[in-house]
Design a protein around this ligand. Structure first.
Ligand SMILES: NC(=O)c1ccc[n+]([C@@H]2O[C@H](COP(=O)([O-])OP(=O)(O)OC[C@H]3O[C@@H](n4cnc5c(N)ncnc54)[C@H](OP(=O)(O)O)[C@@H]3O)[C@@H](O)[C@H]2O)c1
Length: 369
């Protein structure tokens, strides 16, 4: 028995050992002493309704049975419905004995203004009432009409996420698409905002509300070198070190990575000690874990992969499995996040865990296609 409030080395290792005994070839990747599954479940897509809540809950429950112990969500996904579905699914699985809290790694994100269950009829009035009047955010701290890294706003979101997820500690808290800020603020102010956000997150680590933090991005880490929207991983690590010293808890980057969006592996856009590297190389050099997102290119890779790709991916039955296999086989990618709310998709996708990852030469050959 354990009363741990978060994923632990012992809990995640026990979970992985059980999966290996059940026949999984690759039951985990090492991160900070934890053992995380190479495929994680994402909760971005879907309608804002109860039917979708229920199917997500079933899918999350099934994924925990089949060897997936990484769950990725965000407060704004489906107007908080995804976080709440994760919370209910976890409570059900823990009560049923499928998993213990110390065996599952729960990640969420803050930064986008969140709605409550569904978009409000008057978003401007909702924003003013919910965030501006209580003093959580000033209008000038919001960019693109939807995004803020203001400390009080982030704290409000984080506390809400704890309640939605029904946990007292979140394993990983991301700043969600922080590069959105670069659409409107100059780079130096952007990094000052990041620094203030990191101070808030380090305080939450100290308070036991989160275990570590990171950035989850769309363009920010994949942009071409020199592009205005590019975020420097080295600079983020430097800021975290300035805030909390060598024991800082900035530990993870998330970025899209798939057969259709391979820049994490191919684009040398990140300077580390003056040398240009790919995001995956930079993360490795800086000791940061990589979560690849949108592994199925938001479902488009799940059908009609070209035959020259298929022939390199033996032992797999579906195009979804092949696309996942490419990502989870890429050296330097820790966990491949796949959005899956249907139990049939969970079963299809997690079958890849029974197949050994590809050799590096095959990954390179696929990239060249
Ligand atoms: N910037 C960010 O922070 C960011 C950006 C993108 C994604 N993410 C995270 O990464 C996760 C994954 O990305 P994503 O959800 O955008 O896209 P994705 O994983 O590339 O694709 C998800 C879509 O593929 C479908 N699918 C899953 N398995 C399938 C299968 N075996 N056969 C056919 N279709 C299948 C899903 O359907 P069903 O849902 O109906 O099962 C869903 O429509 C997200 O859920 C989110 O957690 C984060």
């Amino acid at each position: 028995m354990t009363d741990a409030r978060f994923a632990t080395p012992e809990g995640t290792a026990t979970y992985a050992a059980r999966r290996r005994a059940e026949g999984l070839s690759d039951a985990g990747r090492g991160f900070d002493g934890l053992t995380l599954s190479s495929v994680g479940l994402g909760t971005y897509l879907g309608a804002n309704d109860t039917v979708t809540d229920r199917i997500y809950e079933a899918a999350i429950g099934r994924s925990l049975e089949l060897g997936c112990n990484v769950i990725d969500t965000a407060i704004n996904y489906r107007c908080q419905r995804s976080e709440r579905a994760v919370g209910r699914a976890l409570a059900t699985a823990i009560a049923a004995g499928t998993i213990r809290r110390d065996q599952v790694f729960v990640a969420t994100k803050g930064g986008y203004i969140h709605y409550d269950g569904e978009p409000p009829p008057d978003p401007a009035a909702y924003f003013r009432q919910t965030f501006v009047l209580p003093g959580l955010v000033a209008p000038e701290e919001v960019v693109a009409g939807s995004h803020s890294l203001a400390p009080a706003f982030l704290q409000h979101q984080l506390d809400h996420s704890l309640a939605n997820l029904n946990v007292s500690c979140i394993d990983l808290y991301y700043l969600h698409n922080p590069e959105t800020q670069l659409e409107e603020v100059p780079t130096d102010r952007f990094y000052r905002r990041i620094r203030a956000a990191f101070e808030t997150l380090e305080r939450n680590v100290q308070a036991g509300k989160i275990r570590c933090y990171g950035v989850a991005t769309w363009n920010g880490l994949r942009a071409t070198a020199g592009a205005g929207s590019l975020v420097s991983i080295e600079h983020l690590v430097t800021l975290a070190r300035e805030v909390a010293g060598d024991g800082h808890r900035f530990r993870v980057i998330q970025l899209p990575y798939s057969l259709a969006m391979p820049e994490a592996l191919t684009r040398k856009n990140q300077a580390v000690n003056g040398t240009l590297m790919t995001p995956i190389e930079a993360a490795r050099a800086l000791g940061v874990y990589v979560m690849g997102s949108a592994v199925l290119y938001q479902s488009r890779l799940a059908q009609n992969l070209p035959s020259e790709i298929r022939t390199h991916l033996v032992g797999l039955k579906t195009d979804a499995q092949r696309a996942i296999q490419f990502v989870r086989s890429t050296a330097g990618v820790g966990t491949a996040l796949v959005g899956m709310k249907q139990v049939s998709h969970v079963e299809d996708n997690l079958a890849t865990l029974t197949v050994p990852p590809l050799a590096p030469a095959v990954v390179n050959r696929l990239l060249a296609k």
